[in-house]
Design a protein around this ligand. Structure first.
Ligand code: NCD
Length: 317
């Protein structure tokens, strides 16, 4: 296995099964620190810069919490408008990050432009972690999604997993599809016509021999699947608001009724938020059911991000 030390985490394409399982194993080792709300000194003397050019609740705060629990320090910004990158000076991304490299040992960046995290990684010598680059990828989310599946189902192998939604634009699906293609899974791709996975994602599924079916109708697969992974529409990717509104009007929603014929052990995952300014994608009536695992994901996000930070900073083997 390639060492994680000093590696960037930009795309799930860059990680094989052994490496993904390594992160699961390190995450498991982090659980006692998280559960007992401890602060250890594994990353003392290390500084994380969280640089967010797009809003975030879970991703930024869980990264910061992970760093603090491991004894490190945190700097950064949650709103680029307070930096010179987003005022009238419009400082270019590479200039901004050439500076930040001097102030931290690892950078977590979220940016509305696809490819932004790679661009940052190419101009600094410290590890860069992609916290979402436009409609492209959100790799740390996929690591925690897969960890949540493993924790709930025991193993990822052997499962039938439905990805349900706008698979074309939503970055969480892209990273997860790459990640899952390393396991022995069957996929059900459920999407409105014209909103399937990008070509590159489909190529990876075919190359890895992943069996998949495609449908627009969740009812076609609801009785068979062990996991449903869904997300709201990434509105930012739509220049034409009418196109967005049309898609929104017939989009997938989850209620007790939707899951009536689901397997007993079905788990429902969603990266959160589950609201889109208009309605709930997942009705709160599901929260008390055994299917609801979306808040587990947010919780596991902390240990998985502890594992990723400790790994790229070379503090664990
Ligand atoms: C993402 C968000 O809110 O931007 N959610 C998350 O990180 N938990 C989902 C997304 O990447 O679209």
């Amino acid at each position: 296995m390639r060492s994680f030390k000093n590696r960037d985490i930009i795309s799930l394409k860059d990680f094989d099964r052994q490496e993904i399982e390594h992160i699961f194993e390190v995450s498991e080792r982090m659980e006692p620190i998280f559960k007992e709300k401890k602060r250890v000194d594994l990353l003392k003397n290390k500084i994380l810069a969280t640089c967010f050019f797009e809003p975030s609740t879970r991703t930024r705060l869980s990264f910061e919490s992970a760093m603090l629990r491991l004894g490190g320090g945190v700097t950064g910004f949650a709103d680029a408008k307070v930096t010179r990158a987003a005022d009238w000076r419009a400082e270019p991304l590479d200039d901004t990050f050439r500076m930040i490299e001097n102030y931290a040992d690892v950078i977590v960046v979220r940016h509305p432009m696809a490819g932004a995290a790679k661009l940052v990684a190419d101009c600094v010598n410290i590890p860069v972690i992609n916290a979402g680059d436009g409609g492209n990828e959100h790799p740390t989310q996929a690591f925690l999604d897969m960890y949540t599946i493993k924790k709930n189902k025991g193993s990822i192998d052997g499962l039938e997993i439905a990805l349900v939604g706008d698979l074309k634009h939503e970055r969480t699906f892209h990273s997860l599809a790459y990640g899952l293609s390393n396991f022995n899974v069957k996929l059900a791709l459920v999407y409105p016509e014209g909103y399937g996975l990008p070509v590159d994602n489909m190529k990876a599924l075919r190359e890895k021999g992943i069996a998949f079916k495609e449908t627009q109708d969740l009812e076609d697969v609801i009785r068979d699947v062990d996991v449903i992974y869904t997300d709201i529409i990434r509105k930012e990717e739509f220049k034409d608001s009418l196109v967005y509104e049309r898609l929104h009007a017939s989009y997938y929603h989850f209620t007790l009724e939707t899951l009536r014929e689901a397997k007993e052990g079905l788990i429902l995952l969603q990266p959160l938020p589950r609201t889109d300014g208009i309605d709930y994608q997942i009705s709160p009536e599901l929260d008390g059911t055994k299917h609801a695992k979306y808040f587990d994901q947010a919780r596991y996000g902390v240990v998985v991000r502890m594992a990723l930070l400790a790994s790229v900073l070379g503090a664990v083997d």
